[in-house]
Design a protein around this ligand. Structure first.
Ligand code: NAD
Length: 489
């Protein structure tokens, strides 16, 4: 892709390459970077083999010791400069995110804004208190101190590739770890090259961050490499289970942020127009390709007809097309994802549900879809669709709403709209990593703990000093006394 002068993403630097000590050829064959809206080839990304991964892990372990020994202020300064790079090159980054991930401008802007904030927030970590002074019945001083874990692998998905990579990369680096980043090969620039280039510009020493783009095989090698101590994985529940199994076998810590099928509840007496607006955003933002997407609309029986009509009206009028133009929805990332969405929607229709709006596609553009008259065991209600599909079901009591929400294996995000007293009662009854009262289900801030329960993962690992320190350090018990202790033999 052509970029403006003073380009930080000049493809002649990174095209066809991975980053180890510098930009270099990966051992596996490179892949084209495809623009989903047009099919245009935007560039080429280097792909790392398993051997590249093992060599990178050895290199990372050596670089990490030197990096951890740097003064906290030196590490903080690198993080601040990286955050500044995201701000200084925001337009170029945003254009790439739009074209590579099929995002409308506000979604691209959100990714770069959060990326800068993640770096600025992480810049506070090196000077954050690194543990506790303990009391002791022994005649010694006793401390629980936080030390870097060593080498951290970050594996990220295609949908919000920049945020979902940087939310682990920035705090892990700030806390003195080395990081190997493996973005999804469909979004290697937004999920990898941007971060690598930002930290290169920020003066991070060689080997402390490496970019090894690749698919499942590359990811699996990261869960095997002995030097990798923590795997921070964001992606599907199916792949997350494999990563968790491999990490268990190899005695590594795994942070698993997985899929979701998030419910938005509309309580009796809620403002239906406002609720439908929230519901449309929750289901259709970034074509529903968000782990926190509103996948289930649970509407009180007194409002259901009115709500379905309002949501249908929204869906029918949201423009879909090339996200660099004035549209609300862009393309699905690829044909495989689109076909899966369509399979589930057609299955719902065949089972007797009403397709109130959408249910059609052209190329990779899937129309915003509203489904009513659906059974709870239908896959369109029970499974994560990862597309712009809004199934609606009614409930009669708070207890029934809680039972329906909790019957699903996922537990990432719940939105509850309407009376706050009723919402508080429901919030206490649901199993979910996040609950948002009078907001839809999609929400993420760099300083808030993020994560799910159940099939949505191992939960609340990212965001804020407490969660980030817990995620990316080990605790060491340290005691000291003035002289060698006396012993009975
Ligand atoms: P995916 O699981 O197919 O891929 C995610 C990443 O894992 C990619 O980098 C992929 O190459 C890698 N991978 C795949 N198999 C692997 C294996 N066996 N070992 C190691 N790495 C492997 O997911 P996807 O379809 O690209 O992304 C969509 C999914 O991610 C959805 O389920 C969505 O809900 C979930 N997601 C979760 C969050 C969260 O924070 N909870 C955020 C975004 C997306």
């Amino acid at each position: 892709m052509q970029t403006e002068q003073s380009s930080i993403l000049d493809p002649s630097v990174w095209g066809g390459k991975i980053y180890t000590d510098g930009w270099t050829q990966g051992s596996a064959e490179s892949v084209d970077v495809i623009e989903p809206a047009t099919g245009a080839v935007l560039g080429s990304a280097g792909i790392a083999s398993a051997e590249d991964v093992y060599a990178a892990a050895t290199r990372a372990a050596a670089a990490q010791r030197e990096w951890a020994a740097r003064k906290p202020e030196e590490r903080a300064a690198v993080l601040r400069r990286a955050g500044q790079v995201f701000e200084d090159h925001v337009q170029e980054f945003n254009t790439w995110i739009q074209r590579e991930t099929g995002a409308i401008a506000p979604k691209a802007g959100l990714e770069t804004h959060v990326a800068a904030n993640e770096c600025f927030d992480a810049a506070g970590l090196p000077h954050h208190p690194a543990g506790d002074v303990l009391t002791s019945d022994e005649d010694h001083w006793s401390f629980a101190r936080r030390v870097p874990a060593g080498v951290v692998a970050v594996i990220s998905p295609f949908n919000f590739p920049l945020i979902l990579s940087i939310r682990s990369v920035a705090p892990a680096l700030a806390l003195g770890n080395a990081v190997i980043l493996k973005p999804d090969p469909r979004t290697p620039v937004s999920g990898g090259v941007m971060i690598m280039r930002a930290f290169e510009e920020a003066g991070l020493p060689a080997g402390v961050l490496q970019l090894l783009t690749g698919g499942a095989e590359t990811g699996a090698a990261l869960t095997d490499a002995p030097e990798v101590r923590i795997v921070s994985f964001t992606g599907s529940t199916a792949a997350g289970r494999k990563v968790g199994e491999a990490c268990g076998r190899n005695l590594k810590r795994a942070h698993l942020e997985l899929g979701g099928n998030n419910a938005m509840v509309v309580l009796p007496g809620a403002d239906v127009a406002a609720a439908a607006s929230a519901g449309a955003f929750g289901s259709f933002m970034h074509q529903g390709q968000v782990c926190m997407t509103t996948g289930r609309h649970l509407v009180h029986e007194s409002l259901k007809e009115e709500y379905v009509a309002a949501l249908k009206e929204k869906a029918e009028h949201l423009p879909v097309g090339d996200p660099t133009g004035q549209v609300a929805l862009g393309p699905i990332i690829d044909e495989k994802q689109r076909d899966n969405i369509d399979r589930i929607v057609r299955g719902a229709k065949d089972a007797g549900a009403n397709i109130e709006a959408g249910g059609t596609y052209e190329n990779l553009f899937y129309a915003p879809t509203v489904i009513s008259g659906i059974d709870r065991d239908n896959p369109a209600w029970a499974e994560e669709i990862f597309g712009p599909v809004a199934p609606v079901l009614s409930f009669s009591s708070i207890e029934e709403a809680a039972e329906i929400i909790n019957a699903n294996e996922y537990g990432l995000s719940v939105g509850i709209l309407g009376d706050v007293g009723q919402a508080m009662k429901l919030a206490d009854l649901v199993h979910s990593g996040k609950v948002h009262i009078n907001e839809q289900t999609v929400s993420d801030e760099s300083n808030a703990p993020f994560g799910g329960v159940g099939a949505s993962g191992t939960g609340s690992r990212f965001g804020g000093y407490t969660a980030n320190i817990e995620a990316f350090t080990e605790t060491q018990w340290l005691t000291m006394r003035p002289d060698i202790a006396p012993y009975p033999f």
